[in-house]
Design a protein around this ligand. Structure first.
Ligand SMILES: Cc1cc2nc3c(=O)[nH]c(=O)nc-3n(C[C@H](O)[C@H](O)[C@H](O)COP(=O)(O)OP(=O)(O)OC[C@H]3O[C@@H](n4cnc5c(N)ncnc54)[C@H](O)[C@@H]3O)c2cc1C
Length: 544
């Protein structure tokens, strides 16, 4: 194996968190950083044009294209589990929606014993990250790297959805990331001038020229190297070329909710019986690594519209595509600048919920399968996401081969409360589509269809057709208990020189979309890493 020189920090994964880390850790010029990314550079236009989102679901060049294990509560279906595999990671292929979650989510993390992670503690990092075109206030920042913008065009169907939600009694909400999340309105997006603001574009690109940052793409990390319980470096593959690098200060795993626990397990940190069964030498028996996987599950309904004004119609014919392409080229507006979902309504569906437990949204297109061909009729999709699922699953390697996909088992709908809440949430969603402002646009509900008129049938429909909204977290959970993987400073418990900094450390999924919270974790993680490095340097030298 060729061992390259020593870096201060090695970051594994250039995703939402990894690119933030690469930028912040190299900013002072004091530290040398190696950033490894399994996927390629983010040069393809689909990674920059918002509508490219639809094409990236099944593009193995930029997406790991995982699927879950058969899900027992979903008629034993395998559910898609896309993840970005490119500079920017999942922020390069995601739906661009900017939602942080509720203050209560972070206060809950703190209640679990994670000092420094309450809402008041994390808000400064959300603000530090953000360049919100609405400007700065108590909740928002305007001078960070991450562009957050309003929708450039308001579509009549999105307008109708927001009005219909108000007709159902939900308040208008013009800022889901402001004082309260409940109510209906438009989403803000991670976009600038009609182009995607992935973390590769807004954090990594400005740092690329720094001489103390080395970025190696198409490099698959295969094993963390240790000296006792201190991480000292990393082995990785570029093609079939096996390489290594030393870390003088830390190895930082930022490979996402599926691949971070995978790398720890491959390196000997994980459930001992699992590792032994695969012939991996156990460094630490850590049953919690890969445990507690928590993901958002959603019911999706499909409706046929009366008028040909949906995305299905715009992209069906060459004339429509050409017109949309020309408009986008000239103005960066129109269908190509549309995020996956434009408007939504946060609701309390379950009677016991004190804050919204369901996110109802409208997507301006419909398809038989996620990422599949759009329907040949004018169609929209209604999505209801269960915001705080109790269900927990796991990520476990199936092989000692780092190129093999891990077993992903989110255990969707495992609890009764999850099933009940999602059924009520989908009923709320259907009510919004039936309210006058929306009903005048709708010809018929195609899925599940009007014959589905009781809770049992609706639950069966959700089990058959429901899917993830791509927010896996918790597989390297932060906490103070025996099964927690990292402590509140994101240090892998029981190890020196090793942290996990990405979505996998969330103790529970936030009530929203997870990109913003992961970027916040990257910002806060970077600050803690730099503080600890400073403290280490200022320690008096040992005397003998
Ligand atoms: C299809 C989709 C739609 C989404 N829509 C939204 C949305 O609209 N709004 C929102 O807020 N969130 C959305 N999300 C979720 C959000 O994007 C993720 O939660 C967030 O990007 C996770 O960040 P991360 O840093 O944890 O992991 P990632 O961004 O996934 O980054 C991990 C990186 O590590 C790399 N990697 C993995 N293993 C290795 C290895 N062994 N060696 C080297 N590199 C490795 C990966 O290739 C990847 O680039 C969506 C996600 C997907 C997939």
């Amino acid at each position: 194996m060729h061992m390259s020189e020593t870096f201060d920090f090695i970051i594994v994964g250039a995703g939402s968190a990894g690119c933030v880390l690469a930028n912040r850790l190299t900013a002072s010029g004091r530290h040398r950083v190696l950033l490894l990314e399994a996927g390629p550079r983010n040069l393809h236009p689909s990674l920059h044009i918002p509508l490219g989102y639809g094409k990236l679901f099944s593009d193995r060049r930029f997406n790991w294209c995982y699927t879950t294990e058969p899900q027992p509560q979903c008629h034993d279906r395998e559910v898609i589990a896309p993840r970005g595999k490119v500079l920017g990671g999942s922020s390069s292929i995601n739906g661009l929606i900017y939602i942080r979650g509720q203050a209560e989510d972070f206060n809950y993390w703190r209640q679990l014993g994670n000092a420094g992670w309450g809402f008041e503690d994390v808000l400064p990092y959300f603000r530090k990250a953000e360049a919100n075109e609405r400007g700065t206030d108590q909740f928002h920042g305007a001078s960070g790297p991450l562009s957050v913008s309003n929708l450039r065009d308001r579509h009549p169907l999105a307008e109708a959805f927001v009005e219909a939600a108000q007709q159902c009694g939900y308040p208008r909400n013009d800022d889901f990331n402001g004082p309260a999340q409940e109510g209906a309105g438009y989403y803000q997006t991670t976009m600038r001038n009609g182009l995607r603001s992935s973390t590769a574009a807004c954090y990594l690109k400005p740092a690329r020229r720094r001489p103390n940052l080395e970025v190696v793409s198409q490099a698959l990390a295969t094993r963390i190297l240790f000296d006792g319980r201190r991480a000292t470096g990393l082995e990785y593959l570029v093609g079939s070329d096996k390489r290594g690098a030393r870390a003088g200060v830390e190895v930082i795993v930022a490979s996402g909710a599926f691949n971070s626990p995978q790398l720890l397990q491959l390196s000997g940190i994980g459930p001992a019986p699992l590792l032994q069964s695969l012939g991996i030498a156990v460094i630490a028996d850590a049953p919690g690594v890969g445990g507690a996987l928590n993901d958002h599950f959603a019911g999706r309904i499909i409706l046929r519209c009366r008028n040909s004004i949906t995305l299905n119609d715009a992209v069906r014919n060459w004339g429509g595509r050409l017109a949309a392409g020309l408009r986008y080229a000239a103005t960066r507006r129109g269908y190509l600048a549309v995020p996956a979902i434009s408007a939504g309504c946060f609701v309390r569906a379950h009677p016991a919920s004190e804050t919204p437990d369901s996110q109802c949204s409208i997507a301006l297109y419909s398809a038989g399968t996620i990422g599949g061909e759009l329907h040949p009729y004018p169609g929209v999709t209604g999505v209801c996401t269960l915001l705080r699922p109790e269900s927990r699953g796991f990520v476990r390697i199936k092989s000692a081969d780092p190129r093999a996909a891990p077993a992903i088992h989110p255990n969707y709908l495992a609890t009764r409360k999850d099933r009940e809440t999602l059924v009520v949430g989908v009923k709320v969603l259907r009510r919004i589509f039936q309210a006058p402002a929306m009903a005048r646009h709708i010809a018929e509900e195609i899925e599940p269809g009007k014959q589905c008129d009781n809770d049992d049938d609706l639950l069966d429909f959700i089990r058959r057709r429901g899917s993830t909204t791509y927010h896996p977290v918790g597989s390297c959970r932060m906490g103070q208990d025996r099964d927690a993987v990292v402590d509140e400073r994101l240090r892998v418990r029981g190890f020196a020189g090793l942290r996990v900094v990405d979505a996998s450390i969330m103790p529970a999924v936030v009530s929203g979309n997870t990109n913003a919270a992961t970027i916040m974790i990257g910002e806060k993680g970077a600050e803690m890493i730099l503080e600890d490095a400073r403290a280490e340097r200022s320690k008096p030298a040992a005397t003998f």
